[in-house]
Design a protein around this ligand. Structure first.
Ligand SMILES: C[S@@+](CC[C@H](N)C(=O)[O-])C[C@H]1O[C@@H](n2cnc3c(N)ncnc32)[C@H](O)[C@@H]1O
Length: 228
């Protein structure tokens, strides 16, 4: 089923964008990633994905700024994770429980190998976040201190609604958008819709590098009528 989905994507999208948006890597890139994984040169894998490559110059500052607001987490859920879990050394965390999820079997495999090789208490799983039912089944019961949702909401419209946010069992949710989306792009509208829908629970936001970062605090729901 996942294969059909990916096949369809190949028809619908510019092939060059596929790894950037859907974590579909070509054979050459997979070979290179495997080699780097085997040699333990993990930091050299980060530039092979657009989001992690863009973030490289400011990864340290990125997590420092986020955790200065949320506190250092003991547990993380990283949704549509891509290769972001490989940026773990930039997080400045010691003990962690890391649950990573993505639709891309390649990304999930790489992340699992990375966790294993570095003895990080983590697990990566394949998930299609557009399916709210799957989401509730997989995530609802999992509790964590913080949820990352980096550079994903602009890609999909449907599933990212209040119900999805309610089903994320974390007090802090960090959402980012690429700041380079043009105003006439549908993805820009999704950013505006997101700001409108979650305005009341946006605790802090800032611009850093190529990203706009929103830090949401779900406890603010309790103080508002937003769920009504
Ligand atoms: C732009 S990348 C961002 C990756 C990562 N969050 C980061 O910022 O480094 C988008 C990610 O979303 C994943 N993705 C796309 N559609 C998805 C879906 N329906 N469910 C889960 N993940 C999805 C892709 O595989 C890709 O890893």
């Amino acid at each position: 089923m996942m294969k059909n989905y990916i096949d369809k994507l190949f028809f619908r999208f510019n092939k060059n964008k596929l790894d950037e948006i859907y974590g579909v890597y070509n054979k050459q890139k997979i070979k290179k990633i495997n080699l780097l994984l085997n040699m333990g040169r993990f930091e050299e894998i980060l530039p092979l994905n657009k989001s992690t490559q863009d973030r490289l110059p400011y990864y340290l500052q990125f997590f420092k700024k986020i955790f200065a607001i949320t506190g250092k987490p003991n547990s993380i859920i990283d949704l549509a994770c891509g290769l972001n879990p490989l940026a773990f050394p930039f997080m400045g965390l010691e003990k962690i429980n890391y649950l990573a999820m993505d639709i891309s079997p390649d990304s999930v495999r790489v992340v699992n190998q990375y966790f294993k090789k570095n003895r990080i208490k983590g697990k990566a799983k394949i998930i299609d976040l557009r399916k709210a039912i799957d989401l509730r089944k997989n995530i609802f019961l999992v509790k964590a201190d913080i949820c990352f949702l980096f550079e994903f909401i602009d890609l999909v419209g449907l599933a990212v609604d209040k119900k999805m946010f309610e089903s994320i069992n974390c007090p802090w949710i960090v959402v980012t958008f690429p700041r380079t989306i043009k105003q006439d792009d549908l993805r820009f509208q999704r950013k505006i819709d997101f700001e409108d829908s979650f305005d009341k629970i946006i605790f802090r936001s800032f611009l850093l590098g190529k990203e706009k970062v929103y830090i949401l605090n779900k406890n603010l729901y309790k103080q508002t009528t937003i769920l009504a």
